[in-house]
Design a protein around this ligand. Structure first.
Ligand SMILES: Cc1cc2nc3c(=O)[nH]c(=O)nc-3n(C[C@H](O)[C@H](O)[C@H](O)COP(=O)(O)O)c2cc1C
Length: 225
């Protein structure tokens, strides 16, 4: 697949078939993905790949925490970003949420359905496999985050060559202690993000989402042309 084609095809998938993803495929995918660039080739990353019963336990406990109104783990407070009302960022956030709710036929006032939708995220959209990206805890977050952002996108693109689709997920790392407990992620690692991965269920309405982008003319300053 042509790279530009892959970039255009990639989208966040929010429902997967139950078919398992063989370990050998994930291994090959990660072998390719770590070709991703990093500052000074420091490669500040590590992986915990979860499937099967342990993933089921994590899904269950995530959802229980959500239902109990549990706040994100202290170490994940960075996820509590508020985009000010009226800002373009809030506008884009609302736009994608509206599109997803429209596709899922969830009316704005239907709290039960909205909660049900939210729970799907905390269940990793029923993906058969989840890749947790970690980094040594003592590494400073900003640079580490940038390198891992490059890596996450590389994983999502490379996955397409195996017929696999993905969703990068903050929701999936909200309850870091659940991941640490069940997947034995040690305290000397910081949890960067989760990538839900599997074979897509294209019949699922939310997978028809078409996220939009700001036209380049609105965001680029051309200098010296
Ligand atoms: C760091 C990061 C965290 C994300 N967390 C979530 C999440 O928790 N739940 C979710 O449904 N999508 C999540 N997404 C997916 C974004 O909503 C998605 O990338 C965006 O709407 C653009 O859509 P696209 O990926 O289909 O192009 C996340 C994406 C990124 C990069």
């Amino acid at each position: 697949m042509d790279v530009a084609e892959a970039i255009k095809i990639r989208k966040s998938v929010r429902k997967f078939k139950s078919d398992p993803v063989p370990k050998a495929i994930i291994k090959e995918l990660l072998d390719i993905s770590v070709r991703s660039p990093s500052a000074n080739n420091t490669q500040p990353w590590g992986f915990t790949i979860i499937t099967g019963d342990i993933l089921e336990k994590i899904r269950k406990e995530n959802v229980e925490n959500l239902r109990n109104g549990q706040l994100p783990s202290k170490e994940m407070e960075r996820l509590l970003v508020v985009r000010p009302k009226g800002s373009v960022y809030r506008k884009r956030q609302v736009e994608i949420a509206k599109q997803l709710f429209r596709l899922m036929e969830i009316p704005r006032e239907d709290k039960e359905k909205r909660t049900e939708w939210m729970e799907r995220g905390f269940r990793y959209f029923d993906a058969p496999c989840v890749i947790i990206i970690t980094a040594d805890k003592w590494l400073p977050l900003p640079g580490t985050f940038f390198d891992n952002g490059c890596l996450a996108q590389t994983i999502c693109l490379a996955a397409l060559s195996f017929g696999l689709h993905t969703c990068i997920e903050n929701q999936g790392v909200t309850y870091a202690e659940v991941l640490r407990k069940h997947a034995s992620i040690s305290d000397d690692k910081q949890i960067i993000t989760a990538i839900a991965i599997g074979y897509p269920d294209w019949d699922f309405p939310a997978n028809k989402v078409e996220s939009t982008r700001e036209p380049i003319d609105n965001i680029a300053e051309w200098v010296g042309f």
